[in-house]
Ligand binder design. Structure first.
Ligand code: SAM
Length: 283
């Protein structure tokens, strides 16, 4: 690393309430030569509010690789750069990982300036287990892909955190209730740190009903935190199902069940009943 190199600061900005900007974040944004922002027009308002006048360069999904080399060259030439996103912490469902990776690889200093994130804000008020959690970001937009993703998560024991867009929130909660069950607890955190901040904590069935009835507001920004599965199905049960399905393609139900039971150490009677049901579905 050259002594003359600048620093890449990764700076968290507010998710709604301007007072959440830390004094350190403000100082860094006033000091750096360059700010790399997702949307420069949006971020100029924040910079103006701070009286900061850095050069602003856009860094978004569509120009990330080109812009990364340009920004790295500036840092290596001695200019310090602050990476910010439209709101919250960069890289949390936001661009910037290519730039951070390139800076780390080049050996230039990378400094986090932590602060707000919708992820940590929602977790901090979810009232569910937070020792371990899995951040799932945005679910797929299409219903079939969303359902498939949720089914992959049915046995996840860790608390799950999702971001969701307002026009999909009702469908998303309904799909979660269907996949995870009506009694699984969840928190819907809306418009965190803003004037219309609301927290709704209930079972997924109750939440889905409230959205279906139009009682819960579907405008604004949302984080959904869902309790993990406290009693995940043992792996062998899952395996037995897929083994049984595969064997049923080739064998009659009794033989398929006997073989699946032997291969997965599961109950032959239960698998036989399941095999009959599956064979019935196919008729
Ligand atoms: N990097 C950001 C962060 O750390 O908070 C998240 C960026 S992601 C593109 C935007 C999503 O975050 C929104 O669609 C919403 O799901 C969630 N989000 C952002 N601000 C929020 C807020 N004030 N209240 C609730 N959710 C918010």
């Amino acid at each position: 690393m050259s002594n003359a190199s600048g620093t890449l600061f990764v700076v968290a900005t507010p998710i709604g309430n301007l007072q959440d900007l830390s004094p350190r974040a403000g100082a860094v944004l006033r000091e750096v030569a360059v700010v790399a922002a997702e949307d420069t027009r949006h971020s100029r308002k924040l910079l103006q509010h701070l009286g900061a006048t850095p050069r602003c360069l856009s860094l978004h999904r569509h120009n990330e690789s080109r812009r990364t080399s340009e920004l790295l060259a500036l840092i290596e030439a001695g200019q310090s750069v602050a990476l910010i996103s439209d709101a919250g912490t960069p890289l949390i469902s936001d661009p910037g990982s290519a730039l951070v990776r390139a800076a780390l690889d080049a050996g230039v200093p990378v400094v986090p300036v932590p602060g707000p994130s919708a992820l940590s804000a929602a977790l901090s008020v979810c009232g569910l287990a937070t020792e371990r959690f899995a951040f799932e970001g945005f679910l797929p937009a299409r219903a079939a892909a969303r359902r498939a993703r949720l089914l992959e998560l049915v046995n996840e024991p860790r608390t799950l955190v999702f971001f969701e867009a307002p026009h999909r929130i009702a469908d998303c909660i309904a799909a979660m209730a269907q996949a995870f069950g009506l009694t699984r607890r969840a928190l819907v955190a809306r418009e965190l740190t803003k004037v219309y901040e609301t927290l709704q904590s209930a079972g997924l069935g109750e939440l889905a009903a409230s959205y279906a009835a139009g009682d819960a507001p579907a405008r604004g920004e949302f984080v959904v935190v869902v309790e993990g599965n406290p009693q995940p199905a043992p792996a062998t049960q899952l395996d037995a199902e897929s083994v049984l399905r595969a064997l049923l393609q080739e064998l009659p139900p009794a033989r398929a069940a006997r073989l699946a039971a032997r291969l997965t150490s599961s109950s032959r009677q239960q698998l036989y009943a399941r095999a009959l049901a599956l064979a019935g579905e196919q008729e």
